[in-house]
Each structure stands twice: as C-alpha cells, then as structure tokens.
Design a protein. Structure first.
Length: 299
C-alpha cells in the first residue's frame, strides 16, 4: 500500500529521480536498486521516481523496467511513494509501460512529453489522456521542452487537469511566469523538476520537488521546504544559497553521469553507465568533488 497522500501532495513532497544501478558487466543490479532506494528514503525522501531519464530509461528494456519497479516497491513501498516513468514518444508503447508498472506495484506514473516527434498540443492532450486511461494509477505529467522539443501549454495543462487521474506536473520548463499561471489555473499539484529553481517554484505555488541532487542532499531539501512552509523565508533562502554549488556542479555535464560518480565516491550502489553516457574524466571528477565540498557535501 502506498503511503498516505493528499490531493495537494499526491506523491509526497521530496522525491528523487533515482539512478538505476548496474553491475560491472552492465547488467541490472536489483539488490543495489533496493539498497539505494532504502538509503534515499532514510535520508528524507518520501517518494522515489524510477525509470525516468535519470534512471537511464532509454537504455533499459521493458522487462528490466518492470523488475526495477517491483524491486523498489518491495524495498520501500510501505514508506515512500514509488512513481514509475511510463512514457515514450509512442503512445501505444507508453500505455503498455503504464500497465506493466501498475502490475509491478507502482503507486503512480510519470508521463513525459513525447520527445523528438514534436506533436502539436492536441497530440499531447490525447497522448497523456491515453496513458491516464491505461491504468487506475495517478499520473504526474513531465514538462521538459529542453529535451522533448515541445512545451505543454498552459491551456493544455488546464484541459488535462480535468482528467480524474492526472493530478500533478513536474515542471522543468524554466519559466516562472508560465508556471505561475499554470499553477493558478490548472489546480495540478506542482513539483519542481529543476533543482536550481526548487525554491523559486515553491514561492509561486509548487508543493515539492522531483530532484536529482536529492541523491546527496535530501535532508537539506527537506529543511528548505519546511522553512518555506513555516514562513521562514530567510532560512529557506540561506539553504538555497548554500546548495548553489551542488546544483551547479551536478549539472556541469549530464546529471546521471555526475550522480553515479558521486554515489560511487560515497560507497553507494550506482555502477557503470550504459552508452551513450560515459564516465567523468579525472579532471571532471575533481571538479565535482570541489563543487560538492563547496556546497557542504563531503565524499
């Protein structure tokens, strides 16, 4: 059974988009996935997103995706919301992934904007509706035009919010003005999908975040959220500013690469990357160590 949620926070408040651990030979490391998920929940996350881009979903098979969901639900499903990425640029395939995630025990679905094919807004509406109709699980949309090539317009978000199972949006659009209007008019629970904008998005109505740096600084993200909710703007700002080197360092290159490097340095399960992602160079690793140390993370 999923942890308790409310319409305002259907997936909790502090979620991390988890990497997928692989073994030295590139196979799925399910024991490592369970260990890492438990570590993340123990660190303050009340939600885990699996099979997202940070989980290297473009390189995992449908069978592997279902196994990851099942393993993580077994490890933390009574303590945290387990949300499964279940969207591609093929609507029919996305429906299959959604059904498989539900069967594997996921508590919710993350549905990203179809990438590369650049559908019009009506195509986005039908795509997301079809995914939401595929199961009884609540759905979090994922708006990331920098990767997908197409934004979800505010008018489309409002239309989608009428669906009883489309309850939230992960915002990586990087536009606080458009976010403000969409939060005000759609009624969707809003989650920051851009760590650098976590606090700014909270200030315009977001309820939490789906983070990458939550692998490393979940307690600080929780403290920033708690400070914001209690009205302690100065403390929230202080934490945000302390974390700026972490936000910067973790995204000097592709976030999965830096996250797996940092977790490995901490002794957490992460493992190798699957091509086309590649490991950090020695120089990049030293820069990451410097950035994280400057933000209070000691590896």
């Amino acid at each position: 059974m999923a942890p308790t949620s409310t319409p305002q926070t259907p997936f909790g408040r502090v979620l991390t988009a988890m990497v997928t651990p692989f073994t030295a030979d590139g196979a799925l490391d399910l024991d490592g996935a369970q260990q890492l998920a438990a570590h993340l929940v123990d660190s303050g996350n009340d939600g885990i997103v699996v099979n997202g881009t940070t989980g290297e979903s473009p390189t995992t098979s449908d069978v592997e995706k279902a196994k990851i969901v099942q393993a993580v639900v077994e490890a933390v499903g009574d303590r945290a919301h387990v949300v499964a990425g279940a969207s591609t640029n093929d609507t029919a395939h996305s429906r299959e992934l959604a059904a498989a995630a539900a069967k594997a025990g996921a508590h919710g679905l993350l549905a990203v904007t179809p990438y590369y094919s650049k559908p019009p807004q009506e195509g986005l509406f039908r795509h997301f509706t079809a995914i939401a109709d595929a199961t009884d699980l609540p759905v979090m949309l994922y708006d990331i035009p920098g990767r997908s090539g197409v934004p979800i317009n505010t008018e489309t978000l409002v239309r989608l919010a009428e669906h009883p199972r489309i309850v939230a949006n992960k915002d990586a659009k990087g536009d606080l003005g458009r976010a403000s209007w969409a939060i005000a008019t759609s009624g969707l629970a809003w989650y920051s999908g851009d760590d650098m904008l976590n606090l700014p998005l909270l200030s315009v109505g977001a309820v939490g975040y789906v983070s990458v740096v939550g692998h490393l600084v979940a307690p600080e993200l929780r403290s920033m959220l708690d400070a914001h909710l209690s009205g302690d703007v100065a403390k929230a700002t202080e934490i945000h500013q302390k974390l700026l080197p972490v936000f910067t360092g973790m995204f000097r290159t592709q976030g999965v690469i830096t996250t797996k490097a940092a977790l490995t340095l901490q002794g957490q399960p992460a493992g190798r990357l699957r091509l086309p992602l590649v490991e950090l160079s020695p120089e990049e690793t030293e820069q990451l160590k410097h950035d994280l140390a400057h933000g209070g993370v000691h590896l």
